[in-house]
Design a protein around this ligand. Sequence first.
Ligand code: SF4
Ligand code: SF4
Length: 184
Amino acid sequence: MLKLFKTILKAGEPTVKYPFAPLEISPDFRGRPELNSQQCIACAACTSACPANALTMETHPEENERTWQLFIGRCIFCGRCEEVCPTKAIRLTNDFELAVTNKADLYVKAVFRLQHCKVCKQPYTPEKSAQYAVELLRQSGVSDEALAGMKSQFSTCPACKRQQTVGLHDQRMFSLSNAEASHE
Ligand code: SF4
Ligand code: SF4
């Protein structure tokens, strides 16, 4: 009997006191993903990378908004969203206590406004994505004057830009053929 007590004492406490005491978590533990909506630019990189479709993004042009949504019930805590996020807006926390009494509490949503094209007036990108692109150029050394000159480009949708480029190309070809004809 004494030998048994000695063995038990030597082994120490093999179990943890959780939930009556906090559980010690590894710093690399991957728990509940958390979004910082201030930092998020609604670029959709995380929703494309999420292998479990826990992250989704929907665009509603008629309501002028794009909705980002996380459904914790599908999350497999792989960390891909954190890896691909360009602004570090999403990160995995140490939170592992995910039980809820209401299914709606498993959803996290964020809504972003869309920017409208100055030519066709249609929404084409989240406002924050457009602002982020301008900020990246500024940080890469483009001057404020040059950025002001590019303002028109930043507020034109890709389809209208293509049309403008084709129009310019056609004009140039027309002028060239006119110039050639006048030399003949
Ligand atoms: S941790 Fe993985 S599964 Fe969960 S939301 Fe991020 S990418 Fe999706
Ligand atoms: S990748 Fe980052 S910035 Fe882009 S939508 Fe996801 S959380 Fe937002």
